[in-house]
Design a protein around this ligand. Structure first.
Ligand code: GDP
Length: 460
């Protein structure tokens, strides 16, 4: 008996290869009419999983190109639907003509990520795996690419599913005890529940640490360099990135816009943003730069507040003068470290010290003294460890769900150890299950799916 083809909706089409010119370009079709459309274009009946060399023609019968056609019948295809790939020559115009030949025969241009979305909706992969496809494509380091591939193969999802199973089992036990009190299971007094709960909390913590490392490698953290004009922000960006990207001058207000640099510190990707010096200015362009500086800081993972350490009399430049001003502007707490720059002039030794929980790093962006201390400090603050096993990729979204799940477990533990409230523990376990389900897509909303897949490239 042949397996049923998953009844798709409309047949979609898109160029699957990167824009630009290349030896080969691929147009992909997915949906119920994919095979019929391909037959009309190639004039051939395609047999499953065979490479057919054939002409590609438009609806007027005009030959557009020739190449390889491949047919993957659903459900054993990437999307789970009938899929056809037309591999022609890799020029944007010819591929566009081929897409038009498909739309003229009833296909619709695919939205970004629509192939992956269909794969998810047809249970070919879960949400974390679908996200790993985009992460694999967007990887900027080798380690990130290897991790994304492991997530695509299901390494992260298996960890989540294992946790979900443990939580479900415990929840069933607790709920049974609530529903059938006559069974006289003293589950509260029964140390097993606590033991299992603690084991789940431990496991979740381990997965969170791995996911954090994975997300750090995948997405990189955003470091914003801020401070008064002439403190040495641009010099610090150049020293961190190892190249003269930012213009360094002694004229205040040189960096009027934001400058971005993507660097790696011992394999840790970092998005650095150098901002306009924070000061009152009448210059409209500079004002706009300062406005952007504030907006960049708002979305930072970490702020490096740079002050000119060689200018002790310049009170405006001291962190205690700038810091309240920065805090006033920001709507949320963002981890901040202070760099006392120009230690070559101040005569202070390079070093890292702690002042009421805020790290102060003495260094010289100009001579490079203390730069290695700053790099180690950043790795430590971002939670990056070269030795930490990071066997899969993850996203911030996943970390947030894991943290929600951990909070629910902590609340459940408090219920169990404090009030001995079984009903509330069961509710917390349900919440934990729900949060974990958001990662794999067992729990999802149209809005979430829309947000995730719309960030994919077209044709994926
Ligand atoms: P920004 O306005 O904060 O971006 O400051 P710049 O990076 O443009 O630097 C302002 C001035 O300070 C320039 O003349 C730099 O050469 C100088 N400068 C920056 N860092 C150092 C440092 O560590 N030591 C010394 N001696 N001069 C520095």
């Amino acid at each position: 008996m042949s397996e049923p083809t998953i009844t798709g909706t409309e047949t979609i089409v898109a160029v699957a290869t990167a824009p630009g010119r290349g030896g080969v370009g691929i147009v992909r079709l997915s949906g119920n009419n994919a095979l019929a459309i391909a037959r009309a274009i190639t004039g051939q009946t395609l047999s499953p999983r065979h490479a057919h060399f054939c002409p590609f023609s438009d609806s007027a019968g005009q030959r557009l190109d020739s190449g390889i056609a491949l047919y993957f019948p659903g459900p054993h295809s990437f999307t789970g639907e009938d899929v056809v790939e037309l591999q022609g020559h890799g020029g944007p115009v010819i591929l566009d003509l081929l897409v038009k030949a498909c739309t003229a025969r009833g296909a619709r241009q695919a939205r970004p990520g629509e192939f992956s979305e269909r794969a998810f909706l047809n249970d070919k992969l879960d949400l974390a795996q679908a996200e790993a496809i985009a992460d694999l494509i967007n990887s900027t380091t080798e380690q990130a690419a290897l991790n994304a591939n492991r997530s695509l193969q299901g390494a992260f999802s298996r960890e989540i599913n294992a946790l979900v199973e443990l939580v479900t089992r415990l929840r069933v036990y607790v709920e049974a005890a609530i529903d059938f009190p006559e069974e006289e299971i003293d589950f509260i007094g029964d140390g097993q529940v606590r033991e299992q709960l603690l084991a789940i909390i431990d496991q979740l913590e381990r997965v969170h640490a791995q996911a954090r490392q994975g997300a750090l490698l995948q997405e990189g953290m955003k470091l914003v360099i801020a401070g008064k004009p002439n403190a040495g922000k641009s010099s610090l960006l150049n020293a961190l990135s190892g190249q003269d990207r930012a213009i360094v001058t002694a004229i205040e207000g040189t960096t009027r816009d934001v400058l971005r640099e993507h660097i790696q510190i011992d394999g840790m990707p970092l998005h650095i943003v150098d901002t306009a010096g924070l000061r009152d200015s009448a210059d409209e362009v500079e004002q706009e730069g300062i406005r952007r500086a504030w907006s960049e800081m708002e979305s930072a993972d970490h702020i490096l507040l740079v002050v000119d350490g060689s200018n002790p009399d310049h009170d405006n430049d001291k962190p205690r003068a700038i810091w309240p001003e920065i805090q006033q502007h920001l709507t949320r707490h963002i981890a901040t470290s202070v760099v006392h720059n120009k230690c070559d002039l101040s005569g202070r030794e390079p070093g890292v010290s702690d002042h009421n929980g805020t790290a102060i790093i003495e260094l010289s962006a100009k001579t490079g003294a203390g730069m290695d201390l700053l790099k180690s400090h950043l790795k430590q603050r971002m939670g990056y460890s070269e030795s930490e096993e990071s066997s899969f990729s993850a996203r911030r979204r996943h970390l947030q769900s894991l943290e929600k799940a951990a909070r629910a477990l902590a609340a459940g533990r408090a219920q169990l150890e404090g009030a001995g409230a079984g009903e509330l523990l069961a509710e917390d376990l349900r919440e934990c299950q729900h949060a974990l389900g958001e990662i794999t897509g067992a729990v999802s909303s149209d809005q979430l799916l829309g947000e995730i897949f719309s960030s994919f490239c077209i044709g994926k």
